[in-house]
Ligand binder design. Structure first.
Ligand SMILES: C[C@](O)(CO)[C@H](O)COP(=O)(O)OP(=O)(O)OC[C@H]1O[C@@H](n2ccc(N)nc2=O)[C@H](O)[C@@H]1O
Ligand SMILES: Nc1ncnc2c1ncn2[C@@H]1O[C@H](COP(=O)(O)OP(=O)(O)OP(=O)(O)O)[C@@H](O)[C@H]1O
Length: 293
């Protein structure tokens, strides 16, 4: 393959893997296998990891630089690429480069988003022609948060997060605090004191302001730094927890208000200023590619 062809096909380009926020999260039941049945609203933010894919000719899947603390074989991008090969019999190889910006264990879905970007982009680069529905089903094997990143639209989600319906909450400015702790999703879902019987609500009830996250009480009881972050953000706007934490966020209707909260918090906290997005930057980049290639 010449370098010109390589560029045209998107090999070596940087592909975004955005973070998500759960704008609300209700636990409405539990499956026999222990997985929790949710109602949640996913929206993307313009805070991203960046992935690039480099062809290798020996059929192997590797990482250019493993992420600290994550063995290469466990990395969700490697697992996603191997899953595609196993599913399709594809013999091609790839070296994956991840520019990691999203904090891990933050409830921002970084690992899941990296996996989704790998599924979607390698499907294209390897010419596999799997449908979005098939990629969503493969993504679900890797984690409950992967499907929405493949889907690419802000979504009302049910099931364990795989029943997705497009939704368009307002794309507000957000300030996100990453408290100084790592919350394991599994630990929170195993907690005895977690509420698991919330009443289901409608999209209209969410839109009218029902933003409850059922994990909030358990997480803030166990992690003092999450509680402190909620308190710090509440000076500026109503704070919420994303997923099972640790990150907390608040929305702002103006950029100026968001910047002034960000400026006030940045001396004491690991804090991010971002913008809500109803179409994932990955999907936008794929659409642009379709029109230019
Ligand atoms: C909390 C959320 O981030 C909300 O978007 C997701 O539900 C979690 O998604 P995720 O991190 O991709 O989760 P997975 O990697 O699939 O599961 C991690 C662990 O959380 C528990 N888990 C996860 C999702 C779910 N609906 N019920 C669960 O009980 C399972 O015990 C599992 O062992
Ligand atoms: N490419 C990857 N990036 C980040 N974490 C990864 C990756 N591959 C595997 N992991 C593992 O997944 C765990 C969860 O990472 P992630 O960044 O998705 O957390 P999270 O934001 O809390 O996720 P979620 O909101 O889906 O619960 C990490 O602690 C790490 O062990």
């Amino acid at each position: 393959m010449t370098s010109n062809q390589t560029d045209q096909l998107g090999w070596g380009e940087k592909w975004p893997a955005p973070a998500k926020l759960n704008l609300m999260l209700r636990i409405v039941g539990q499956r026999p296998d222990g997985y929790h049945l949710l109602q949640t609203v996913f929206q993307f933010i313009d805070l991203c990891d960046w992935l690039s894919f480099h062809p290798v000719d020996d059929g192997s899947v590797s990482l250019k630089q493993p992420i600290q603390g994550v063995p290469e074989a466990d990395d969700l991008t490697v697992r996603a690429a191997l899953l595609l090969k196993a599913e399709t019999g594809c013999q091609a190889g790839v070296c994956i480069e991840v520019e990691k910006n999203l904090p891990m264990g933050g409830g921002l879905g970084g690992g899941s988003s990296d996996a989704a970007t790998t599924l979607v982009v390698l499907n294209q680069l390897w010419g596999l022609q799997l449908s979005t529905e098939k990629l969503i089903a493969l993504g679900l094997q890797l984690g409950a948060d992967v499907p929405v990143f493949v889907y690419g639209y802000a979504a009302w989600a049910e099931g364990v997060g795989e029943k997705l319906e497009k939704i368009a909450p307002s794309e507000q400015w957000v300030v996100v605090i990453k408290p100084d702790c790592h919350v394991e999703t599994r630990e929170i879902f195993l907690a005895k004191d977690l509420t698991r019987d919330s009443k289901s609500i409608t999209i209209a009830e969410f839109t009218a302001g029902n933003y409850k996250n059922d994990c909030l009480d358990v997480v803030s009881r166990r992690y003092q730094s999450v509680k402190n972050a909620l308190c710090a953000l509440s000076e500026f706007s109503e704070p919420r927890l994303t997923g099972t934490g640790a990150c907390v966020f608040a929305q702002f209707s103006s950029k100026e208000a968001a910047i002034s909260a960000y400026d006030a918090l940045k001396g004491s906290w690991q804090v991010y200023l971002a913008r809500g997005m109803n179409i994932s930057p990955l999907l936008s980049k794929l659409e642009i590619g379709k029109h230019t290639h």
